[in-house]
Design a protein around this ligand. Structure first.
Ligand SMILES: [Zn+2]
Length: 75
């Protein structure tokens, strides 16, 4: 199956990186393209999972590693 040329826009669109007129073009396109629409749903789910994980890790990791550095200094 041929890859749709708009597929490259999906991530940028979801991350709000597209300029306004590309964004409009892409929106017009994906409503009429089941391929992009499906991909878009997949990516959206993936991106929201990744974002949740990274905010969780940011909240947890720095605290514990900072504590380990302060108390575990070998000198
Ligand atoms: Zn498409």
């Amino acid at each position: 199956m041929k890859k749709c040329m708009f597929e490259d826009f999906i991530d940028d669109y979801l991350l709000n990186r597209l300029v306004k007129n590309k964004e409009n073009k892409f929106e017009e396109h994906y409503f009429n393209c089941p391929h992009c629409f499906g991909k878009m749903m997949e990516r959206q789910e993936f991106i929201s999972i990744v974002k949740n994980i990274s905010t969780d890790t940011n909240a947890i990791v720095p605290r514990s590693s900072r504590g380990a550095l302060q108390h575990g200094n070998p000198r």
